[in-house]
Design a protein around this ligand. Structure first.
Ligand SMILES: Cc1cc2nc3c(=O)[nH]c(=O)nc-3n(C[C@H](O)[C@H](O)[C@H](O)COP(=O)(O)OP(=O)(O)OC[C@H]3O[C@@H](n4cnc5c(N)ncnc54)[C@H](O)[C@@H]3O)c2cc1C
Length: 416
């Protein structure tokens, strides 16, 4: 039996795993985070060049965890969302004023959030960061689990624990070693990302523009420096998989021209572009499981198309729900807790997966009947307030039964 005893071992210290450790920090539990790549390494796969939209509900969860104040200076609020279909009449606008909130969401660089979370983790007395280290083997029993990790110095450690959390991303080893099945479908598309500068300020509008070669999202970013005008946007451009290499290889001028032609002139002229990278897109959904002592969060449980900016927001709700259930059970890995976690998350996960998958398929196929259907859907959304409200609340991360952190409540307490 191992000397390394923990209440919870979190495998993967990316956005989901680090958030979970921070969320659990106030509980009387000993926690290990096993992460393969040092936090400040430029090649860290969890904290790369991505810039993501954090839903309003996710900002509340970070607030409840005590990290939002440090993230906020890096976050640009989204006041409006403008959804349109290139060359067609359909347009739909979502607006923060209708919801009576400061913002529908916020745009944050993943690396900045990673910096805040990793600094917080290092301050926590009850969290051991085991890094660099990789999961090698998993032994699971009804009464407890053992996690064997290979550390950076070539040695092995065996960690005994009551709960193993797989937060190790789309290719989760925890999921695989626990024998949890997974449905996967390849979109045969890639998301090309880059930060771009436009001649007109973004005015805190997030654009989602559907085009016959794939959707283009432009998210408003903070200004580049003090006194600078907010002309920076984060681009997520979905292209057919085979076109990604060509788009990455274009010279800057040619890239901006092509983007201009696809997106149009709502933001004026595209003036400059930063480094481009591409992400192949898959939909991945772990099967529900009755494996003892294991829970999956974030991309390990579900990896989504980025079309609606929902992936991490969904993962953060996994984190908030799991933390809340752990806070109210004596044994953090007991079967009743894991069953409750599965039941609670199923509805939200299925709804968001269905929503993003339908959008990805409906809005990337250039078939005339589909174009007509999506234009009709956009017009209906724009004109039907109750449906638009439901979409706005889903975008804000407020669909379904919300965990306490998302409602501004501490993990434990009398209020429900
Ligand atoms: C182009 C693009 C745009 C996106 N935009 C948005 C958006 O606007 N809004 C949104 O909510 N989401 C967005 N997403 C999704 C979001 O980026 C992901 O959902 C989120 O980053 C996943 O975090 P994670 O921690 O679950 O997984 P990961 O980021 O994959 O982290 C997994 C971690 O586990 C570690 N690891 C892996 N295997 C092991 C092992 N065996 N042992 C130890 N450690 C291991 C890895 O090093 C890594 O640090 C976007 C995604 C893409 C590709």
């Amino acid at each position: 039996m191992s000397d390394d005893r923990f209440d919870i071992v979190i495998v993967g210290g990316g956005m989901a795993g680090s958030s979970l450790a921070c969320a659990l920090a106030g509980l009387p539990l000993r926690i290990a985070v096993v992460e393969g790549v040092p936090y400040d390494a430029p090649e860290h796969p969890g904290f790369d060049e991505r810039v993501i939209a954090l839903a309003w509900g996710s900002a509340r969860i970070f607030e409840g965890m005590g990290v939002w104040q440090a993230i906020r200076p890096e976050a640009e609020p989204i006041h409006h969302i403008h959804i349109s279909d290139r060359g067609h009449f359909g347009v739909c606008r979502l607006d923060r004023c209708r919801e009576g909130v400061e913002a529908l969401g916020y745009v944050v660089p993943v690396r900045a959030v990673g910096g805040v979370l990793s600094r917080r983790l290092r301050e926590l007395d009850n969290v051991d960061l085991i890094c660099p280290a990789r999961l090698e083997a998993l032994r699971l029993e009804e009464s407890g689990a053992e996690v064997v990790v290979a550390t950076g110095d070539g040695s092995r450690r065996t960690l005994a624990t009551r709960l193993v959390v797989g937060a190790d991303g789309a290719r989760s080893r925890v999921r695989e070693r626990a024998g949890i099945g997974c449905h996967e479908s390849d979109y045969r598309q890639s998301a090309v990302i880059a930060n771009v500068v436009t001649s007109r300020p973004h005015r805190n509008v997030a654009y989602e523009r559907f085009t016959d070669t794939g959707p283009i999202a432009l998210l408003p970013m903070t200004a580049a420096g003090e006194g600078a005008k907010p002309h920076r946007c984060s681009l997520v451009w979905t292209v057919p998989g085979e076109a990604a290499a060509e788009v990455l290889a274009l010279g800057e001028g040619e890239f901006l021209d092509r983007l201009q032609q696809r997106f149009g002139w709502r933001l004026g002229r595209f003036v400059r572009s930063g480094r481009r990278s591409a992400y192949p897109l898959v939909l991945l959904e772990a099967e529900s499981s009755r494996v003892p002592r294991v829970a999956l969060v974030g991309n390990a449980a579900h990896t989504l198309h980025p079309i609606a900016g929902q992936g991490f927001n969904l993962g953060l709700r996994d984190v908030a729900v799991l933390a809340e259930l752990v806070a109210s059970h004596a044994d953090p890995g007991e079967a009743a807790l894991l069953a409750a976690y599965g039941r609670w998350r199923q509805r939200d996960q299925r709804a968001v997966i269905r929503f993003t998958d339908s959008l990805a398929r409906l809005f990337t196929l250039p078939l005339p009947p589909l174009i007509a259907a999506r234009d009709a859907a956009l017009v209906a959304l724009e004109n039907a307030a109750p449906v638009r409200r439901r979409l706005t609340r889903l975008t804000m991360g407020l669909g379904g039964r919300l965990p306490r952190l998302a409602r501004g409540l501490p993990l434990r307490g009398g209020d429900t």
